[in-house]
Write a protein that binds this ligand. Sequence first.
Ligand code: CTP
Length: 403
Amino acid sequence: MSSSRILLVIGGGIAAYKTLDLIRRLKERGFSIRAILTEAAGEFVTPLSVGTLTAEPVFRELFDLTQEHDVGHIRLARDADLVVVAPATADLLAKMANGLANDLASTALLAATSPVLAAPAMNPTMWAHPATRRNVAWLEAQGVAFVGPEEGLMAERGESGLGRMSEPLAIVAAVEARLRPAAGALAGRRVLVTSGPTHEPIDPVRVIANRSSGRQGHAIAAAAARAGAEVILVSGPVALPDPAGVTTVHVESAREMLAAVEAAPPVDVAVFAAAVADWRVAEDAVQKIKKGAGGPPTLTLVENPDILATVARRTEGRPELVVGFAAETENVLDNARAKLARKGCDLIVANDVSAGGGGVMGGARNTVHLVGSGGVESWETMTKDAVAEALVTRFAAALRPRP
Ligand code: CTP
């Protein structure tokens, strides 16, 4: 566990309630945190709750003599390995971009020499305003990193749009990416990911397909590459660009996907995120099937090879970590547990793809449950990118350390 020090600047927005959870999750991961509350932030969360969670004094006033004597705003800013601004309100971003220093938060931000990560949260109209656009562009050019904001329902009057603060785990992933890349958590590792649907031919022009977009699998491949892994992505037909820094192999059918997986070099982690068609047409026609006097054709289906089970049950060259996905519409956890045993994998990432699950297939967000031999962990709804980052962190932690 690292004891990297974070200076957390909490701005005054309703999203500050999520910052309490952020603190808890950062603490769980061993970070030490000192928090500054702006005056407005104090209207949304109390110094007592922040101080209880950080187990440190909470800093509020620029001219608090005891604290000035004790720490001083310059040292407060300089002592951190990373400054996290969450929620980064329009006001805080404007102060940062213009070098204002009229309270402790803005003064510390101006005095900070360590990298800054901002998690914006504001009304979508404020986020879209040219002044905010200009401030964000300028801050980005100075090296300030941003996580979010995200699309979604606002606290006020059911309004929705771009402006919600990212979920705590997404912010944690962004913090870890900066403070613990550990020369890349997956440096020196090889990762295989399957993604997207498969297309099973009926004849030269027709296929059996499914609604998978490949977004989650592609996001995992990209996140693993960012974590330093050598990544092989075996992708079914998707409308996504090949992720940067990833070797992408394009396939159509389940059998082609299996062949590409079998042809890949040995890997440390194999993640099967593809929605592989369970069946294919027993004999696909060489010529296009014509409408004829015989009426509609009857398609005889046969089962496709199970790529995940094939790899998980390898006696030689089995990856250290084999991860399957389960798309369920009911009894999500029971089915995932059964799948874990049936397929012989180490972890199942289960998601609820029923309508109540929020349009997972093709959508940008995902609600997942991690089902392993040790039990179940349910994550809050996050973007697929955030899920990917968090999963990759998990994979890295699950691997035996290299000597
Ligand atoms: N999988 C695979 N090869 C197949 C079928 C599935 O590699 N021929 C993998 C998927 O990539 C996923 C997991 O197995 O990781 C999903 O298992 P599957 O048996 O397809 O389950 P679901 O389709 O989720 O549900 P059901 O069991 O109800 O079919």
